[in-house]
Design a protein around this ligand. Structure first.
Ligand code: LMR
Length: 402
């Protein structure tokens, strides 16, 4: 019958991207999707990636193994866990290549749905990346939330977060953004992470880390992985979804990894081998084997000290430009005397700022000034540049004054 399949709503983020592209206005500003842009609002192929593209003698188009390119997954594990991680030294981590971060979250959710005892709920920060909801609900894991963003301080609602995590049934799945929280740009401090780890341990919760922005929060890869490494050092069983879309600028190549770390025990090697076998079986039925191109590029860079250093410099260029845009936007809004406080623009970190603009103000910015941002008031800082910052600041000033 014609009415069996209802019309699905358009994806808010990709819909926004399409609307921006269709807008003929010459001063339009794209602050929507979390993808890095250079100072001319253009996508940026990292110079170190360009170099690889020119001289990759090994390029062919064969299938990868089901778990992906081994040189990539092992380097990805070292990058996130640290080369001296007890989980790697004691061989109690399993890494599998995925369709970027989304595929990693999906594979992790699928695995937990099948094997995690007691069918627990997953707890998300409020707010979180919109796709978390869709992925876990498609798989049928019940979703709950914990408070995260304080509207009053435009920072972390740490007490609210702790209370909800403490009140969750024991052995719940707690989804945590490893760094550069999307959409708020607000991360716990290291002391707060320590408190969270103690709380999760006391409750026997299972931490599920999503790490899409390593290198974008502090500009330092190890520092951005600190929370994950700390949890591993505390003996947790946990998993990690890792994306290389943003930090390698390989958005469309879908390079990512899923890592499962089991806790220290005499049987850990056997346990992780069984877990790995199940992950591979799930992967085979879902995607057969992952895409090769992006993983090959990342692998060549991750496994070569000179290229790695160049990559770190490229990363610093991206995060540095974002930080300078944060400073310039805050300074301009303060100079204009725009009502409200704007320190959160520079306090928040990573790709995004959660501006505090209301849905009506966001709508008005789009209607009047052709500025495209998500309706929750998030802006992708990388969409700002020295050419459009003044235009954007004045537009914000106008809508805030009403
Ligand atoms: C974003 O939040 O803008 C990015 O993570 C892109 C996406 O896939 O949603």
């Amino acid at each position: 019958p014609p009415d069996v399949v209802p019309q699905a709503p358009e994806d808010p983020l990709f819909g926004l991207m399409a609307a921006y592209r269709a807008d003929p206005f010459d001063k339009k500003v794209d602050l929507g999707i979390g993808a890095y842009r250079d100072n001319d609002a253009k996508p940026w192929v990292l110079p170190v990636v360009k170099k690889i593209l020119r001289n990759d003698p090994a390029l062919n188009h064969e299938y990868l193994p089901i778990s992906g390119l081994e040189s990539f997954t092992s380097a990805a594990a070292k990058l996130i866990l640290g080369a001296d991680s007890p989980a790697l030294l004691e061989k109690r981590a399993h890494s599998i290549q995925t369709i970027s971060g989304t595929g990693a979250v999906h594979l992790g959710a699928l695995f937990l749905k099948r094997f995690y005892p007691g069918q627990p709920s997953v707890y998300f920060s409020s707010p979180t990346w919109a796709n978390h909801n869709q992925i876990f609900s498609n798989i049928g894991i019940p979703i709950q939330t914990y408070p995260y963003f304080s509207k009053a301080t435009k920072g972390l609602d740490f007490d609210g977060m702790k209370q909800a995590i403490a009140a969750a049934p024991d052995r719940s799945i707690i989804l945590l953004h490893a760094c550069a929280h999307n959409p708020t740009g607000v991360d716990p401090t290291q002391d707060q992470w320590r408190e969270l780890a103690a709380l999760l341990k006391q409750k026997s919760h299972f931490p599920f880390f999503d790490c899409a922005y390593q290198g974008f929060a502090s500009g330092d890869l190890a520092r951005d992985a600190w929370a994950i490494r700390y949890f591993v050092s505390q003996g947790f069983e946990l998993c990690i979804a890792q994306s290389f879309a943003k930090n390698f600028g390989l958005y469309g190549e879908r390079a990512g990894a899923f890592h499962f770390v089991t806790g220290p025990s005499p049987d850990a090697a056997k346990t992780i081998s069984r877990i790995g076998s199940q992950l591979q079986q799930l992967q085979r039925s879902e995607i057969s084997n992952p895409p090769a191109y992006g993983a090959r590029i990342a692998s060549l860079i991750l496994n070569d000290a000179t290229l790695f250093a160049e990559w770190e410099a490229n990363l610093r260029e991206m995060s540095g430009r974002i930080i300078s845009m944060r400073q310039a936007l805050r300074a301009r809004l303060e100079e204009l005397g725009t009502p409200g406080t704007w320190n959160h623009i520079t306090d928040q970190i990573g790709m995004f700022s959660f501006t505090g603009l209301s849905e009506t103000q966001v709508r008005e910015l789009r209607d009047v000034a052709h500025v495209y941002m998500t309706k929750n008031g998030r802006i992708s800082m990388a969409g700002l540049n020295t050419h459009n910052l003044e235009y954007f600041a004045r537009a914000v000033d106008r809508v805030v004054r009403g």
